[in-house]
Design a protein. Structure first.
Length: 197
């Protein structure tokens, strides 16, 4: 596979994490982008594997140094994607998978627009939005996980509705009504993009 920079976005509960795991198992040349955050590690989280954990002052310094492809402040903590590891992976003829929300994906697209046409990030860029079949189905999935309160589920559904309205900003949109079919569609998109390079 030619080196690709793949961005996946989806509302919470749409199956993005499962699909990312499946892709990483099927494509050994695919690396997963580990985000940076200022929040404290949770139980069993490891620095450099789950997140790169940095103090706020360090994160703010890296913002000033233009170290991020995208970043945002969420609930009082910063989250961001480093540029350097993405370039390093592509330089070694590998591909990078980035799992971010619609606001982060928009920042990445804005960054890529400004790059020269022969930049590896621009050449291999591919973004895909994964939608649930409906908000009702998403609600069933979120309730079925039994990990969130009804208030949290309601907030996730409101966010999902807003995110789904922005699906048209992506090169490709895939509805996850059946996991295996959705996975095959995403693989077909990735292989098609790789063949174009």
């Amino acid at each position: 596979m030619k080196p690709l920079f793949i961005v996946l976005s989806a509302p919470s509960g749409a199956g993005k994490t499962t699909l990312c795991d499946m892709l990483l198992q099927s494509f050994p040349e695919l690396s997963y982008s580990v985000s940076c955050t200022t929040r404290e590690p949770r139980l069993n989280e490891e620095d450099g594997i789950d997140y790169h954990f940095h103090p706020r002052e360090s994160f703010e310094r890296m913002i000033r140094e233009n170290s991020f492809l995208e970043y945002a402040e969420v609930h009082g903590n910063f989250y961001g994607t480093f540029k350097e590891p993405v370039y390093d992976v592509l330089k070694h003829n590998q591909s990078m998978l980035l799992d971010i929300d619609v606001a982060g994906a928009e920042q990445v697209r804005d960054y890529i627009k400004e790059l020269p046409d022969d930049d590896p990030l621009k050449l291999g860029f591919l973004d895909i939005f994964i939608s649930p079949p409906s908000l009702e189905e998403l609600q069933n999935r979120l309730e079925g996980r039994a990990t969130d309160t009804s208030d949290v589920i309601q907030k996730r559904l409101e966010n999902a509705e807003e995110e789904m309205q922005r699906a048209g900003e992506y090169m490709y949109q895939v509805v996850n009504d059946d996991l295996r079919t959705t996975y095959k569609k995403i693989c077909d998109i990735i292989n098609y993009k790789a063949d174009l390079l």
